[in-house]
Design a protein around this ligand. Structure first.
Ligand code: NAD
Length: 577
């Protein structure tokens, strides 16, 4: 017997999926298709991440971040949907790299889905081997939130970038970027969030990109104010705006290396310098200086070796100039795009004098803070607005949160199901999740809400070039933490739990975990929210306390996070007891 209300054919008839052209649309409304909301929730999040307004390349199931996919193939997608629609309330579906592989009867309080994406035995974990497996149809690259169905469009990266520049403002400039100049590059999919994030903190952003169309696109989307054709003119405009204290963002059609070299030559010292070209990908992600984009594209196809030599030389100049600016007093950091490592290979021996972005973000992780997010599963925009207000009422002291919500409600256009993201920490996520569930229960929200987060979070990732670079105790590459995170969220009752390999920085370089939790207004949901939303950020506090971070240890003591040995200050053996 099939306990569900619908079949895949019904979803096709309702216009949510067209199997001929593989078009997927977010499912809206209060009517259930699966047997309950704990199963309907993941079904809706799968459709949401593949919606035309959300996914980068929906026809190929690619959601974002290079080739981060939501399902391995269209056949696999249809099997996942069939499985979800046929599941009973105490079934658990297993997804292996984007393909449904089994359903087991577990318990109504267990997760409804367990997924593992792109995980490869360490000695084989490189891109070449991954591509071999992929071409045999045996695996899928899930990035962080693509394969775990937690992507909410460009709002996620805008908020993360807002937090990054906010942390810099707090730690270096009295909490604001007003009268500060940020020089950076890359107006792509993710880097394009930089100008708006800097402006939200009151600063001036000067952003180089070699792609004219990309500059215009970011202006159209409201992420960038204006464009300049010459470096000289752009620098003059930026400095004038800085002097006036006027928040402004300027896109300049130029190579990043040329902008930094020009600034060094003219003895301008910006307040902050970074880069978000896609430097991790030498061949396609970073353009060489001296030729325009069209000529560079031709050069790449005609003479790849010569082209790569040009790229390496440009990176050498670029990072040499960044180091000079750092020595002259600018706050310079690597924005997780592997530019330092590439420059080192190109001959800049001291490239790693430039710190990674975690210098600024780690204090947030110590408090279990990270990109918490929620989505109206019925597609109601008003519900997100109501939750914005609720958030500000519940956390009135948090000015950065208030500024973010004000800006987000003004600038962010919803994509797919309406969603919101903000950084909440230990002791905050469980309170807010519990409140959301209450509001679903009382009918003040028009339907159930999904909550989850990015895998880039306090206790859920091991990524030595990014989130766990330079940990105090040298535990950068210890991969136990994301495994523990996934297991903990599963036993705490998350609706689904995902363990991934290779997100953010690529295959071989990271392990990470995520979860989804459907708040349907029930008592069961309330207790899941309390457990999952305490344990998940709690593990972030534990991970940082274990590595020796003082704030994490203090917070654990203040809030009663139990850490064996913390009270006695170490082991009895060491004390000779
Ligand atoms: P993307 O490919 O969409 O965009 C890159 C942009 O850089 C393009 O517009 C391209 O024209 C421009 N560009 C390339 N070379 C240039 C050069 N030499 N000078 C000027 N412009 C140049 O990439 P994306 O999705 O925006 O990501 C950018 C990088 O940032 C990636 O490496 C990504 O991994 C990293 N990233 C890290 C974090 C983090 O939190 N650590 C967050 C976001 C992005």
């Amino acid at each position: 017997m099939n306990p569900s209300k619908s079949t895949l054919d019904d979803l096709i008839d309702e216009g949510y999926y067209d199997p001929h052209i593989h078009r997927v649309s977010a499912i809206r409304g209060t009517e259930l298709h699966a047997s309950n909301w704990q199963i309907e929730g993941p079904l809706r999040m799968l459709f949401h991440v593949l919606d035309e307004n959300v996914a980068k390349d929906p026809r190929n199931l690619v959601v974002y971040g290079g080739s981060g996919k939501a399902a391995r193939s269209w056949e696999a997608f249809e099997n996942i949907v069939d499985s979800l629609l046929a599941m009973r309330p105490d079934d658990t579906l297993l997804i292996q790299s984007g393909k449904a592989v089994g359903v087991f009867t577990t318990d109504a309080r267990s997760p409804r889905i367990l997924m593992s994406n792109a995980v490869i035995v360490p000695a084989w974990a490189n891109w070449d081997y991954f591509r071999q497996l992929e071409s045999k149809g045996l695996t899928m690259y899930g990035q962080m939130t693509a394969g775990s169905w937690a992507y909410i469009g460009t709002q996620g990266i805008l908020q993360g970038t807002y937090e990054e520049f906010g942390a810099i403002a707090d730690q270096r400039f009295d909490g604001t970027l007003k009268r500060r100049l940020v020089v950076t590059a890359g107006l792509g999919e993710m880097g394009g969030a930089q100008p708006l994030a800097v402006k939200m903190h009151g600063g001036v952003a000067l952003v180089a990109d070699v792609d004219s169309a990309q500059i215009d696109k970011k202006i159209r989307q409201g992420y960038l104010d204006e464009r300049c054709e010459s470096i000289d003119q752009a620098v003059q405009r930026a400095l004038a705006a800085k002097d006036r204290g006027q928040p402004l963002s300027i896109g300049v059609l130029a190579n990043a290396a040329d902008v930094c070299t020009y600034i060094v030559r003219e003895r301008v010292v910006p307040d902050v310098v970074t880069d978000q070209t896609a430097a991790h990908d030498l061949l396609y992600g970073y353009y060489p200086s001296g030729v325009d984009k069209a000529k560079a594209d031709f050069w790449r196809s005609a003479d790849p070796e010569g082209y790569l030599a040009g790229v390496r030389e440009t990176m050498r100049q670029h990072v040499t100039a960044m180091l000079r600016l750092m020595d002259e007093g600018a706050v310079v950091f690597d924005y997780g795009n592997n530019l330092r490592a590439q420059a080192k290979e190109a001959g800049v021996d001291d490239a790693f004098r430039i710190p990674g972005q975690m210098v600024f973000m780690r204090p947030l992780f110590e408090e279990g803070r990270g990109p918490f997010r929620w989505t109206s599963l019925v597609g109601e925009e008003e519900d997100i607005r109501l939750l914005d207000e609720e958030l500000l009422t519940m956390f009135p002291q948090n000015q950065k949160l208030e500024k973010w919500i004000q800006n987000a409600s003004k600038f962010v256009k919803f994509q797919g199901l309406p969603s919101r993201v903000c950084w909440l920490g230990y002791g905050e996520r469980d309170r807010f999740g519990t409140r959301i569930n209450q509001l679903v229960n009382t009918g003040e929200l028009s339907g159930p809400v999904w909550v989850g987060r990015d895998h880039l979070d306090a206790g859920s990732v091991a990524s030595p070039y990014r989130e766990t670079e330079n940990m105090l105790d040298g535990s950068d590459a210890v991969g136990d933490w994301p495994v523990l995170n996934a297991l903990l969220n599963a036993v705490s009752g998350a609706t689904w739990v995902a363990f991934h390999h290779g997100g953010g920085v690529g295959i071989g370089l990271s392990l990470h975990a995520g979860f989804g939790l459907v708040l349907d207004g029930s008592e069961d949901s309330a207790s899941r929210a309390k457990r999952v939303l305490t344990a998940d950020p709690g593990l972030g506090v534990v991970r940082h306390a274990d590595a020796g971070y003082r704030r994490a240890r203090e917070l654990a003591a203040e809030k009663g996070v139990r850490i064996p040995g913390a009270d006695s200050g170490g082991s009895r053996h060491r004390q000779g007891l």
